[in-house]
Design a protein around this ligand. Sequence first.
Ligand code: ZN
Length: 101
Amino acid sequence: MSEEQKEPAADPMVRACRYCGQPMSKWLATHNDWGDGMGFCTDIMLVCFNDECPIYVKGWNTLYDKYRKVGSVRHFYNPDDGFQGVLPVGHKDALRGDIVE
Ligand SMILES: [Zn+2]
């Protein structure tokens, strides 16, 4: 019997950032409690930690102009339900401690 070459199933944990196209990192959501009802029903989320990511680069200005708050945002994607959005970060290395790999 000959085995057909099959494309490996797309891994939901492998995803490129929709803003910069860089591969996103697995990030442990459970360590982070936002305390504002924004709970995540998943353990692992994918977050873009690329410092060149346009949404992140632009975020520094947007947050300051809008909220007079210094910080930025990083793009996240929830592989469980496909929900995506942005996570607020206060500085360059915020959230990095919870990167899984
Ligand atoms: Zn990105």
